[in-house]
Design a protein around this ligand. Sequence first.
Ligand code: RET
Length: 287
Amino acid sequence: MNDLISQLGNATFENYVGLDSGFTEMAYQMSAHVLTLGYAVMLAGLFYFILTIKTVAPKYRTSSVLSVVVMVSAFLLLLVQQQNWTGAMVYDAESARYILGDGNDLFNNGYRYLNWLIDVPMLLFQILFVVSLTKSDFGSIRNQFWFSGTAMILTGYIGQYYEVTSPMWFAIWGFISTLFFVHILILMKRVIDEGKEGAPAKAQGYLSKIWYLFLFSWMLYPGAYLMPYLFGGLEPALSEAAVVGRHITYTVADVSSKVIYGILLTLTAQEMSKAEGYDYEKMEKAL
Ligand code: RET
């Protein structure tokens, strides 16, 4: 391990596996494919949010616009992330494995983190444009969402550089990031509970689903951060299963927290619009 550390320094563990054992055809391709699926879904989502914008009353449309912003930024950054993977690893016919290329860029998940810097505040603001808060102040919740969202990501971004070289700093930055994450969870629970009050029954049902989807999908990110340790214990595991597991976890998390979440918010806004007399289904029949 110390040999590898002197060659790779603060590089993420994907590079260590690439230099240590390399990747089998299956592990390399599964990674490339799941990363491709990630940005393809964002482009598909972009069309969904544009095409459904008129199915909700004008006051809810900011939520769809924010989904469009999320889709465009995620599409571009996930595309670069996929190319970073295929660019960093090269096929080595002698060992029949994909190994870390000589002289290419190393692989780094940083593109994701910078994408979250845009998307996390947008996703958090989005729900504020759908629900009506009964007790809390819109501006105060928005500012707290923004502050804790960016602080959670920046501290995690620094921490990920230490995932191999210093488990201690990796854990300290991860812990600080988790404190901001807990704050976000508390705020979100409050927003959803207040939003349910006075909402039509079907919209209440969607809001409950949004809470569980939010919990599940956002928890996957710290899971992916910890992945080398989930496979290894106190030392990071240089295992290709952990590398593939991380790519899959991030992709499932991205599709759930950005696309499925946005769709559920659109459905919620449709129900609220209907209750207020804006029924797109009836409008289509009238045309
Ligand atoms: C980090 C570092 C380790 C501790 C925690 C983290 C949480 C990350 C989260 C990210 C959510 C991202 C989303 C992106 C959508 O575009 C930074 C991995 C708690 C919750 C929703």
